[in-house]
Design a protein around this ligand. Structure first.
Ligand code: ZN
Length: 245
């Protein structure tokens, strides 16, 4: 588990530079689409056999006292990458999320259109995933939904120039990534997986309930640099899992 997660993280970071490697052998449509991921590569088997897969449709949550999310300090974004599956922002090290006594460092964040998770069957035009890992390689993903509205100024700064597939760019404007979060951080919590191959399970998911705004033209600009215009895995069965809120 630890090895595969670390492999995943390094794949995510290295993928943009080698168009021919196996990370490009999957996609979002046709024979390489989500319905086939589990059979494309032995290492992707969990995509098909896993019982705790992400994303999900969050229908109702079990009321409980969840601890507040908190990060240590504002940290700047560093570079922007189009890895052929999404637009990913890398950040300067040092963003530490503390949750129930565990600490997770933010590694990168990226986007999906339309949203992958749904809330009460509702899909959103855009979803942001903040991918964190602790020292053992366990992952924690914080998801933020974007609903249609005014221009999102923070995104506007980050997405001034979106790289084409397999390109990395320095950012013309860096921002403190926390400025992309909504004012309220109440969240749904559940156990899930990576939403891309190898679909590794054991990922802590935090879906923030309050959405932020995005202008449809901003979403369209993002969709335009994706190979097939969308990059959302369909919702997966909840099975025995419980969503906490
Ligand atoms: Zn994601």
């Amino acid at each position: 588990m630890k090895t595969s997660v670390l492999l995943f993280l390094s794949t995510v970071l290295i993928a943009p530079y080698s168009a021919a490697d196996s990370t490009h052998h999957w996609g979002y449509q046709g024979k390489r689409g989500p319905a086939h991921w589990g059979r494309l590569d032995k290492s992707f088997a969990t995509c098909q056999s896993g019982l705790n897969q992400s994303p999900i449709n969050i229908k109702q949550g079990f009321d409980t006292e969840l601890p507040a999310l908190s990060w240590n300090k504002p940290i700047q974004t560093k570079s922007i990458i189009n890895n052929g599956h999404t637009i990913q922002l890398n950040v300067e090290p040092g963003s530490i999320l503390t949750w129930q006594g565990e600490t997770y460092e933010l590694k990168q964040f990226h986007f999906h259109t339309p949203s992958e998770n749904q809330i009460d069957g509702k899909s959103f035009p855009l979803e942001m995933h903040l991918v964190h890992a602790n020292e053992q390689g366990k992952l924690a993903v914080v998801a933020v939904m974007f609903e249609q509205g005014h221009v999102n100024q923070q995104l506007q700064q980050l997405w001034g120039d979106l790289p084409k597939a397999d390109e990395q760019q320095a950012l013309s404007h860096t921002i403190a990534w926390q400025s992309l979060l909504p004012a309220e951080w109440d969240y749904f919590y559940f156990n899930g997986s990576l939403t891309t191959p190898p679909c590794t399970e054991g990922v802590r998911w935090f879906v923030i309930k309050s959405p932020v705004k995005v202008d449809p033209q901003q979403v369209a600009k993002f969709a335009k640099v994706l190979p097939t215009g969308t990059n959302n895995r369909p919702v997966q069965a909840i099975n025995a899992r419980q969503v906490l809120k």
